[in-house]
Design a binder for this molecule. Structure first.
Ligand code: GSH
Length: 377
């Protein structure tokens, strides 16, 4: 979607709008992931609970919409962006599951109607081809889904700014006292010579409802990232924002697409790791480790296709910091896991030898921070 967003001028008018578009899209991905888990893994037992919780999942998007032009326009800025199409799709699939799901969300309902009534989209949504295509392989064909068929717009391709290295920039990362989803951001900032402040939220305060931040957070979760007047959530959207800011997003749209693709693969991998750690460590660890070569293999192949040592070849990108962190987590879980993957092994060594990363990785601040809440170090 981001690739098409760039290509068709559906990615905001500046870096700040792009960041907010990405943030919303990642929030929608979280909702899509819980939808798919319920559909494929837990339909009979989980459907009622999913529907009961749906208002909590939709509320952040109603709020986001209300903050832009009082909800009368698009999700971000004054122009349609790729995330408006993602929103239409998610709302429609949830309406099929729970026909009342938008009754308390007038702005979302109006947004959905507005986007779905754009003439070309309307024609597509009403087409036989579309009506006959089932929502998912667990469901009968359905007529109310949305989709997209936009003619190429003449809007210029996006910017790939090589901004000044913002070495004096001050950022704030608000997160729990662990590496978790903030660590790839910290690795990127460290390597780019940027400074940031960590604001640590004790897990007990968060869980006990004592932290006001949960209500403030757009999707009720951390990390939160602050760059001046820009407040962001969604760790991958933050990485992409910094990728743009520091020239870590490839040299053109195609390279950016590859970098995004690798990072989305890393996100799938991270979700599997998180599931293991938090829900099935005792029963699932051996199986998880046995399957690791299948998870690592694609990343080895990506490195072999882009000679130069980084995921996009010889120029480092934001996804490399995420890959380094994922590999560190797995080296801790299964120290020999890279023995069959010489390129990944060389990648880790190359990244760890970058001077600023090396001193950060050897610092007490880094070593003292557990990987996740269950990590006793
Ligand atoms: N897709 C989000 C996921 C954020 C997330 O899962 N945050 C967790 C910690 S890593 C959290 O805030 N958990 C506490 C909660 O859900 O209340 C991102 O990438 O930032």
């Amino acid at each position: 979607m981001r690739y098409l967003g760039r290509k068709h001028g559906l990615y905001g008018r500046n870096d700040k709008e792009a960041a907010l578009i990405d943030m919303t899209s990642d929030g929608l991905d979280d909702l899509r992931t819980s939808y798919l888990r319920m559909i494929y893994l837990d339909y009979d037992n989980g459907k009622a609970k999913y529907i009961e919780n749906l208002p909590n999942q939709l509320a952040p998007f109603e709020k986001l919409l209300s903050q832009n032009n009082e909800g009368r326009g698009f999700i971000v800025g004054s122009k349609i962006s790729y995330v408006d199409y993602c929103m239409l799709d998610i709302l429609q699939i949830n309406l099929v599951l729970a026909p009342d799901s938008l009754k308390d969300f007038p702005l979302l309902a109006a947004h959905m109607d507005r986007i779905a009534s754009r003439p070309k989209l309307k024609a597509y949504l009403e087409s036989e081809a579309r009506k006959n295509r089932p929502i998912n392989s667990n469901e009968e064909a359905d007529t109310s889904r949305g989709g997209r068929h936009q003619k190429l717009s003449k809007t210029p391709a996006p910017r790939f700014r090589r901004q000044e290295k913002a070495s004096m920039a001050q950022y704030t990362i608000t997160y729990f006292p662990v590496q978790g989803r903030s660590e790839p951001i910290r690795l990127l900032l460290t390597d780019q010579g940027a400074q940031w402040k960590d604001e640590v939220v004790p897990i007990e305060d968060w869980m006990g409802g004592k932290s006001p931040l949960k209500k403030e957070a757009v999707f009720g979760q951390l990390p939160k990232f602050q760059d001046g007047d820009l407040t962001m959530y969604q760790s991958n959207a933050i990485l992409r924002y910094l990728g743009r800011k520091y020239g870590l997003y490839g040299k053109n749209d195609k390279e950016a697409a590859v970098i995004d693709m690798v990072n989305d693969g890393l996100e799938d991998f991270r979700l599997k790791y998180v599931r293991l750690i938090f829900t099935e460590y005792d029963t699932g660890k051996d199986k998880y480790i046995a399957d690791l070569p299948n998870q690592l293999g694609p990343f080895e192949r990506i490195l072999s296709k882009h000679p130069g040592g980084f995921v996009n070849g010889s120029q480092i990108s934001y996804a490399d910091y995420n890959l380094l962190h994922i590999l560190h987590l797995h080296l801790k879980l299964a120290p020999g896991c890279l023995s069959e993957f010489p390129l990944l092994k060389a990648f880790v060594a190359k990244m760890e030898a970058r001077p600023k990363l090396k001193s950060y990785l050897e610092s007490d601040a880094c070593k003292r921070r557990p990987a996740h809440p269950k990590d006793k170090q």
